[in-house]
Design a protein around this ligand. Structure first.
Ligand code: MN9
Length: 290
């Protein structure tokens, strides 16, 4: 059965500081209500790339402590500051995380040799397994099939979080590396990814829509494509509404409706305005309060 991981949202208070109570509640909600198999900590959804090192560490600590081994955890430690990435890899490993992940280095146009040495360097001093995080739409970095093969030469690299709509590449990689773990990263493209044989999915919208994502997986595994398409369409109605109203803010506001004190995003992301709040109430009524 495919695994469903929430890409963890982080609650920030009015001033943009980590709001521990809310973060703990989001973790709990994912375990108790969303019934996720795991949580991906420190990803895009956690607003990670706007944080300093001590804040990243604090989030890893809180998520680890609140989870208490109930579900699997993956710590995203990647950073364009390699020294920080290595420090975080060591930190989370010592905390007890069994799996790390790292986004491809971004901003500068690193060549593949540099990308490869970034990954091998992060893994040098830690004994954890690594899931590559590929998200070309945000990083501008695409990894080809042959480049994945080269990265997999490091036995600690066990899989990919594949956040892209390139299903040709996904099929090629799936077919060539049957033993690697592939997580689909775009929730709106879950069904095509599942149909190509991914092992699981990691997504922001699973913070409120994990049960339907799991049902989509199950329908494909039963061979019921008609049901799977119906479920994906229902999810995509919600995802379209979320994206058009401001993704992370709207999920946080929905979580608030569901009793989770998810609070705000951190600057430079904006706080929701009245219109977004009103629209979220409608979204809530449409999908969650039937
Ligand atoms: O973790 C997420 N990516 C980002 C992956 O947030 C950048 C996805 O879950 C998307 O948020 C989601 C909506 O496009 O698929």
């Amino acid at each position: 059965m495919g695994k469903i991981y929430s890409a963890l949202l982080v609650a920030y208070d009015e001033n943009g500081e980590i709001y521990e109570k809310g973060l703990r509640e989001i973790v709990r909600y994912n375990i108790d209500q969303n019934k996720v198999d795991g949580i991906y900590v420190g990803g895009s959804t956690g607003e990670n790339f706007m944080l300093d090192t001590s804040e990243k560490k604090r989030i890893f600590e809180i998520a680890y402590d609140e989870t208490k081994g109930a579900v699997d955890l993956i710590a995203q430690v990647g950073s364009v500051n390699l020294k920080e990435a290595k420090e975080l890899a060591k930190f989370v490993t010592e905390l007890g995380y069994k799996t790390i992940s790292a986004v491809t280095p971004f901003y500068y146009k690193f060549d593949f040799e540099e990308i490869k040495s970034y990954y091998n360097s992060i893994l040098e001093n830690v004994d954890t397994e690594m899931i590559l995080y590929s998200i070309p739409a945000l990083t501008g970095v695409s990894i080809s099939e042959d480049q994945f093969a080269e990265l997999f030469e490091n036995p600690k690299i066990v899989g990919i979080k594949f956040t892209a709509g390139d299903f040709y590449l996904l099929e090629r990689v799936r077919n060539r590396f049957p033993d690697k773990i592939i997580y689909s990263g775009f929730d709106e493209m879950l069904l095509p990814a599942v149909s190509l044989g991914v092992d699981g999915a990691i997504g922001s919208t699973f913070n409120v829509n994990a049960l339907k994502a799991r049902a989509t997986f199950e329908a494909v595994e039963k061979g019921d494509l008609v049901e799977a398409r119906k479920l994906q369409s229902e999810s995509n109605d919600l995802i379209t509404d979320l994206l058009s109203n401001g993704l992370y803010n709207t999920i946080k506001l929905l979580l608030a409706e569901l009793g989770v004190d998810a609070q705000y995003c951190r600057e430079p992301m904006k706080k929701p305005n009245d219109e977004q709040r009103a629209r979220t109430k409608e979204i809530y009524k449409k999908y969650f309060n039937q």
